[in-house]
Write a protein that binds this ligand. Sequence first.
Ligand SMILES: Nc1ncnc2c1ncn2[C@@H]1O[C@H](COP(=O)(O)OP(=O)(O)OP(=O)(O)O)[C@@H](O)[C@H]1O
Ligand SMILES: [Mg+2]
Length: 410
Amino acid sequence: MRKRNPLVVGLDVGTYKIGVIVAELTESGVEITGIGTAVSRGLKKGVVVNIDATVESIRRAVDEAELMAGCEIRSVTAGVAGCHLKGVNMHGVVAVKSREVGPGDVERVIDTARAIPLPADREVLHVLPQEFIVDDQDGIKEPVGMAGVRLEARVHIVTGSISTGQNLVKCCNRAGLHVRDVLGGPLAAAEAVLTPEERELGVALVDLGAGTTSVSVVHAGALRHTAVLPVGGGHVTNDLAAALRTPFGEAERLKQRHGSAVVQTASVEQTIEVAGLGGRSPYLLSRRALADVIEPRAEEMLLLVKREIERAGCDGLLTSGVVLTGGGATLAGLTELADHVFHVPVRLGVPLHLTGLVDAVASPMYSTAVGLVLHGLRQQSSGAARSGDGVRGQIGVVRQRMVEWLREFF
Ligand SMILES: Nc1ncnc2c1ncn2[C@@H]1O[C@H](COP(=O)(O)OP(=O)(O)OP(=O)(O)O)[C@@H](O)[C@H]1O
Ligand SMILES: [Mg+2]
């Protein structure tokens, strides 16, 4: 019997669903051994608003994953989401004392760059180096060993609300789980679906959830911008429920089965039955009428994303275009609509480079959970339970003290 590696578990606590993925690193790559999903109750716009309901939802998803993977889940890598997550680009400079850049200089320059004034209720979650500059030479990924007298670092810093992170960890703990690490959801999704070429050439990853839409711009192998917008697939469902005078559950079913984000391609002849509100009799509606409600809201969400990218000055960085992921991206016709909005190539992003139960996770809905697993596996294989453990050149590089800090708190 082959020796089994320790399992790593990713826990995505979303507004719509809780996703749990269990994986193991094998000779053939990352093998998915278990999946658990549960309807999420207790979150609003990606943030915990009801602890008990969230704990129960987490437990249900974890139980399902345990059953499938045939293991007991004790610790997880969890994703923190919500509009409180913000990315900012910073810059630091230090003098190189021994005229050759050492690991200590790199740590010092990153510490200098991350020293941003923050309100008492916010915390730095991740510090991600973009490039180093030694004297006048820019574009350096690994400066250690280079000769020079001056070292500069450009970094992307993701900050978030302390109490939101604490509530997430609290829910996991109450569900009997130890949190090994907390990662910003947008970073996790990017980890799971982007190809190395896209990261290098420049791409915007748009994760359309139920209550939030996150935008991450990656260029030259580094994160350039992160933002989370308070819109998502749930708004489309709300619009449908209101416009068609039907219960939310029915609006959700209609959207998933018959909805389209492009009015032109929706049939006028094809009719569907819509349940009425409060015991009123059902009535018939064309698919075109459904799309008439969906398209404007979907377009509005994509325009908000576009504006966010432009506002951050990143619209010139998208050589590889836009990748849509998250459950909201599975809306029929959305990629096509996004093509018209962004005027760059758009594709649907699903988790990549996996083995095992690949089909079961081959959905944009699992991008964040898979990204969390990949991050957890990387941490495990590099033995990086230390904080600030140097520069390794990709997303999730310099680990921050959040986990240690949260452990201290609870
Ligand atoms: N087949 C489908 N067609 C259209 N929309 C869909 C489909 N399947 C799921 N969705 C939508 O995807 C959204 C859920 O996506 P996802 O699971 O990524 O959200 P989440 O991670 O729970 O939420 P958030 O990231 O906002 O906290 C819901 O709004 C749901 O309506
Ligand atoms: Mg999500």
